[in-house]
Design a protein around this ligand. Structure first.
Ligand SMILES: [Zn+2]
Length: 655
């Protein structure tokens, strides 16, 4: 300020005598304070003497702009180079490249320079063009959203930028010339995915970016937290994010349940980016999939374990380090064992074999918060089909995982839906070039004769697995994908792993449309929830969702299907599913009320999931992933912690 002030004095009054200067100095300071203290409107007049002076740009961050002269004060009324260099705006400009992980670089910096070191011609500021600002804002906003940062106020397109008719200049013109070739390259490969390992915060950022870029079809939500408090983030794709839609089946992929098996975690992160980009670009297959399916991706079910494994790093491939959670629990052994109960019921004629309750004794043991969160999630959404992504071998395995004979460690133990599970598993295996490769010397070569698929219990039996739980407690069919012998491969291998799995991942999602679907209602059209859909010869029913809609995965064939609900008569239908059917056949049922008293309601076991501890969990958030809890400052805030005052609070989205 003082430097500037001396400049005013010397330029206006250089002919005056020094003595006058000294006596008048205090008066002038007061006058200046009175006039200039009134606000920006008066500032222009105050600083009139600058107007005719264009000066060299001497800011290190702006030395490569397409012009050489600037003027003080700049468009932010910063009056000297020093003031600019110590401002939070300038500091932000310097670190933005790192914060946004190289995105929008150097465009954002050049745009910021056009405000902080504005172009000067004949003593006047030439303002930058509004359309350049608007385009950049649109392209870069997802990157800001991903780190929870607000768009900087000094890049307000309406406030600091002008239209062409007002004589603006394009601050990025030079850049465009230089990157013409790069732009072309981008348009040829539209889905830009960085095939690297992502730390937990990096993964969250990528997912947030996708949710922001594709907000019309994607949403991020948390199903709860890990033992160490990391959110178990899910990204959802649907034409109505956040809502179950009538007749729209729900699909899920879960990865990184074992923290050291990381391929699935990366694949699901890439898949999210791929689905978003391809949908926007008009890929008909992806649009059809998302328009007709609600897809949920949980890339990391065990983020605490992942962190431990990542410390060891790729390549070292710690076979067990990080497999368990921070509580030392193996999540794929931590689910309730309903399979033993299933085997017991098999011997009882007419016993109900599906939607088995969780035995109360389960809750006496250690239940991981991650397991609890997933159980709650599985119960809250009527999932139809799912896969859990693992590593360590190359094969697709399907339930049951727990042997029909408790002492037999390798024993074929099929579910009543063996045919369908085989079809699902074969679909993935056949679409995967390495799993379908016939060489027995390769990773997973011992499964070649079986076509790359195996019944879980026949491979090795274990209890408390997630797939068995899905099948026996809910409507959902879940298979297990073992994606390769290396649990934590080098980053260089990730691209080919994506190439190998992409088609298979899509094909399996499309399988959710096999079989039949429909609605069960009364004669007035009121939907009946929890009606049981049974197929003759398959001892496993599915229940209708809240809106009365259901999905019954079935391989091609002819079936007798029935629907029944408490207090209503049973209705039977004969259904034929031809072998080439890409969409589920629609089979609706209208049930008539039973004459007389409905049978008494049987009370089921106490289920802690119904009485959930709200502090241990976070409900899926309706507002697109914004926490309702008091917020900590974002991680990047530390960049500005050195500033004593003038901290850029305007960058905080949630103050
Ligand atoms: Zn595993």
């Amino acid at each position: 300020m003082l430097t500037a002030f001396f400049y005013v004095l010397s330029s206006c009054y250089e002919e005056h005598r020094q003595i006058w200067f000294e006596t008048q100095f205090k008066v002038l300071v007061m006058t200046y304070r009175i006039v200039c203290g009134l606000g920006p409107g008066y500032l222009k007049e105050c600083l009139l003497p600058y107007k005719s002076k264009c000066v060299d740009i001497n800011l290190s961050s702006c030395n490569d702009v397409s012009y050489s002269k600037t003027i003080y004060p700049n468009l932010l009324y910063q009056k000297s180079r020093e003031v600019i260099e110590y401002s939070s705006e300038y500091i932000l400009m310097g670190v933005l490249h790192n914060l946004l992980q190289g995105e929008c670089n150097p465009d954002l910096r050049l745009l910021s320079c056009s405000i902080m070191a504005p172009r000067c011609e004949e003593g006047k500021i030439v303002k930058p063009c509004r359309n350049v600002c608007e385009t950049l804002r649109k392209n870069c906003l997802p990157a800001f959203d991903a780190i929870d940062m607000a768009w900087p106020y000094f890049l307000d397109c309406d406030r600091f930028f002008v239209d062409e008719v007002e004589g603006c200049f394009d601050p990025l013109a030079k850049l465009r010339g230089e990157t013409e070739f790069a732009d072309d390259a981008v348009s040829e490969s539209p889905t830009f995915i960085r095939f690297t390992h992502h730390s937990f915060p990096q993964m969250v950022r990528e997912l947030k970016k996708v949710a922001s870029r594709c907000s019309h079809i994607a949403r991020m939500y948390s199903i709860g937290r890990s033992f160490e408090g990391k959110d178990l983030f899910v990204i959802e794709f649907s034409t109505r994010p956040g809502h179950h839609e009538l007749f729209k089946p729900e699909f899920k992929y879960i990865a990184n349940m074992h923290g050291n098996e990381v391929v699935g975690k990366e694949l699901l992160t890439y898949l999210a980016q791929y689905l978003c980009s391809e949908y926007i670009l008009g890929n008909v297959r992806i649009q059809t999939l998302i328009n007709n399916t609600r897809i949920h991706l949980l890339p990391s079910m065990n983020p605490d374990g992942y962190e431990l494994a990542a410390e060891e790093g790729a390549g070292y491939n710690g076979w067990t380090n990080g497999r368990q959670t921070a509580q030392n629990l193996d999540l794929n052994r931590n689910f309730p064992d309903l399979t033993s109960e299933f085997y017991r019921l098999t011997r009882i004629r007419g016993a109900r074999m599906d939607h088995l309750p969780i035995p109360p004794s389960y809750w006496w043991g250690k239940v991981a918060p991650e397991t609890k969160a997933v159980m709650k999630w599985i119960k809250s959404i009527p999932f139809v089909l799912s896969a859990s992504l693992h590593g360590g071998d190359l094969v697709v395995s399907y339930p049951f995982d727990y042997s029909v004979h408790p002492l037999e460690e390798k024993m074929f133990s099929p579910t009543p839906d063996e045919k369908m599970f085989r079809l699902l598993s074969k679909t993935y295996a056949d679409a995967h070039p390495s799993i379908s490769d016939k060489s027995e010397m390769r990773c997973g070569g011992n499964f070649v004769k079986r076509g790359g698929i195996i019944n879980g219990a026949e491979w090795y039996s274990f209890t408390g697995g997630m797939a068995d739980f899905n099948y026996l407690h809910t409507n959902c069919f879940e298979i297990t994908l073992e994606l390769g012998c290396e649990k934590f491969p080098l980053a260089e291998e990730l691209y080919s792993l994506w190439q190998e799995n992409r088609e298979a991942l899509l094909k399996l999602m499309e399988m959710v449309h096999r079989g039949i679907k429909g609605i069960v209602s009364d004669k007035f059209g009121n939907p009946i929830k929890n009606a049981r859909i049974s197929v003759k010869g398959i001892r496993h029913g599915v229940l209708t969702a809240d809106d009365g809609d259901y999905w019954r995965l079935l391989p091609p064939g002819t079936y007798i299907v029935s629907a029944q609900a408490r207090g209503y008569t049973k209705v039977l239908k004969k259904v034929t599913l031809p072998s080439k059917m890409s969409r589920a056949g629609r089979v609706d049922f209208i049930l008539r009320p039973l004459i007389g008293k409905p049978p008494p309601i049987v009370h089921e076991h106490y289920d802690p999931l119904e009485h959930f501890d709200p502090h241990a969990q976070q409900e899926p958030r309706e507002d697109g992933g914004q926490s309702v809890q008091p917020r900590e400052k974002p991680w990047w805030w530390s960049y500005f912690s050195s500033l004593d005052q003038h901290k850029p609070l305007w960058l905080l989205k949630h103050q």
